[in-house]
Write a protein that binds this ligand. Structure first.
Ligand SMILES: C[S@@+](CC[C@H](N)C(=O)[O-])C[C@H]1O[C@@H](n2cnc3c(N)ncnc32)[C@H](O)[C@@H]1O
Length: 283
């Protein structure tokens, strides 16, 4: 196996500019607490230099997806969580593949704000974030969201049928229907051309399914929203991005960069074919 080198290291994480299968092949079985994967949707998007086409034949896309999903299931620790973000159509085929390996937890619907008609079909109004665990979840935190209010008049958006006073002041329990975030960051805040998620999406997945100090893997790093979420919630992280890693680097630059890999990251690597600084810890 040829060595791979991180292009970016912070005190909590490392980003590799390689194909995700190259990174996954170097990770030990059951070494990662959470995988958050936001792959290309095969919609013909141009992810830039180094990336392969995003317009594969259906079988080719599904075969490729099963390959990286299988590797993600392998590296998950018992009780660890896998989140996959994709179109409902791909989730149907790939979700059943993952269910043969992991336990299904939720299909989280994330609403799309601006949608458009497609011929003789319904308007698509959500993407799916499917959530699995390897056996029973090792960690689960019930998250709360603020009680939604009108941004003009400040009044509650929903009628709580006389139970308003009984609501938890910390907010409403998070459901599997996320309408308070849109899948793609507003153009004004986007630092890269294609498909950058609002950090709120990986942030919720990470806080819900892991503890501080756990290790999160994102095989499709993109603009680095998962890495930001891991950094700000005190989790370690690993990522790969086959295209341009600069946007993720720019995002992380403001969060503090160190030059040493912390022990949990070193321990996750297979010893074979790695440069000495990425070999397993000696302790
Ligand atoms: C939908 S975007 C991910 C966006 C990311 N979640 C964010 O919020 O910025 C998918 C990313 O996967 C990358 N990619 C595509 N194929 C890959 C592969 N085989 N290995 C690693 N990265 C890949 C693309 O270049 C693209 O940046």
């Amino acid at each position: 196996m040829h060595p791979i080198h991180p292009v970016l290291i912070t005190q909590k994480g490392a980003l590799f500019d390689c194909d995700c299968l190259d990174l996954l092949a170097r990770l030990r079985d059951e070494s990662v607490d959470c995988v958050f994967a936001d792959p290309p949707f095969n919609l013909g998007k141009d992810y830039g230099k180094g990336t392969r086409g995003d317009a594969l034949r259906e079988k080719e896309y599904l075969d490729w997806s099963r390959t990286w999903l299988d590797a993600c299931c392998r590296v998950l620790k018992p009780g660890g969580a896998l989140f996959v973000y994709n179109l409902p159509k791909w989730h149907l085929a790939l979700g059943s593949f993952v269910m043969e390996r992991l336990q299904f937890r939720h299909w989280i619907a994330i609403t799309m704000k601006s949608t458009y008609p497609r011929g003789d079909r319904l308007y698509p109004a959500h993407y799916g974030l499917i959530y699995f665990t390897k056996g029973n979840p090792r960690a689960f935190t019930r998250l709360r969201t603020p009680i939604a209010s009108c941004r003009h008049c400040g009044k509650d958006l929903k009628d709580y049928g006389g139970h308003r006073g009984a609501l938890n002041p910390d907010g409403i329990s998070l459901t599997d229907f996320w309408e308070d975030t849109s899948p793609v960051r507003h153009r004004k805040f986007k630092s890269r051309a294609a498909n950058e998620l609002k950090p709120m999406i990986p942030d919720r997945a990470i806080r819900m399914s892991t503890e501080p100090g756990d290790l999160v893997l994102d095989p499709f790093g993109g603009g680095g929203s998962t890495f930001e979420a891991a950094e700000t919630t005190g989790r370690f992280w690993l990522g790969s991005e086959v295209g341009d890693c600069a946007p993720a680097g720019e995002r992380l630059a403001s969060l503090g960069v160190a030059d040493q890999l912390p022990a949990p990251l070193r321990l996750a690597f297979q010893p074979r074919g790695l440069p000495p600084d990425l070999g397993p810890a000696q302790e």
